[in-house]
Design a protein around this ligand. Structure first.
Ligand SMILES: [Zn+2]
Ligand SMILES: [Zn+2]
Ligand SMILES: [Zn+2]
Length: 134
């Protein structure tokens, strides 16, 4: 885990280690509130927020938009680097447990856009029942 921080030129701090550990331990995406709850009293909101921002910048985690506007975060596995994310996979929101999962093997479909529209980014968030709730 410390290797991930060092590879990204980040000094190893308690909050970074703790928050990165949470992502490594969970297969689902985590909301800011999940992270706050799991880190308990140890780190304040600002520290958690800054750590998440740093991880997103460095290409360690990516954000997932959700219907209720609470951004979720998940570990990057697609060789993301600083300032460059390649997380072109579908995200799956389970309507039963409310968890969000990265479907790493499911690539975002290509869409043809009309003339004059320059494509930059597409987010696909699918809804349904996850394998744990089946
Ligand atoms: Zn990424
Ligand atoms: Zn579920
Ligand atoms: Zn993802």
């Amino acid at each position: 885990m410390e290797d991930i921080l060092k590879q990204n030129d980040l000094s190893v701090t308690g909050s970074r280690k703790k928050i990165l550990g949470l992502f490594l331990a969970h297969s689902r995406a985590l909301a800011h509130s999940d992270i706050e709850r799991k880190t308990g009293e140890k780190f304040d909101r600002v520290t958690v927020y800054r750590t998440l921002q740093t991880f997103v910048q460095k290409g360690i985690i990516h954000t997932i938009p959700t219907a209720d506007n609470s951004i979720r975060y998940a570990l990057c596995k697609d060789n993301c680097s600083e300032g460059h994310h390649h997380d072109h996979h579908v995200h799956f929101v389970c309507t039963q447990c409310g968890n969000t999962y990265c479907l790493d093997g499911v690539v975002t479909p290509e869409i043809k856009f009309p003339r004059g529209y320059t494509f930059a980014n597409i987010e696909v968030v699918a809804e349904g029942v996850c394998k744990n709730c089946k």
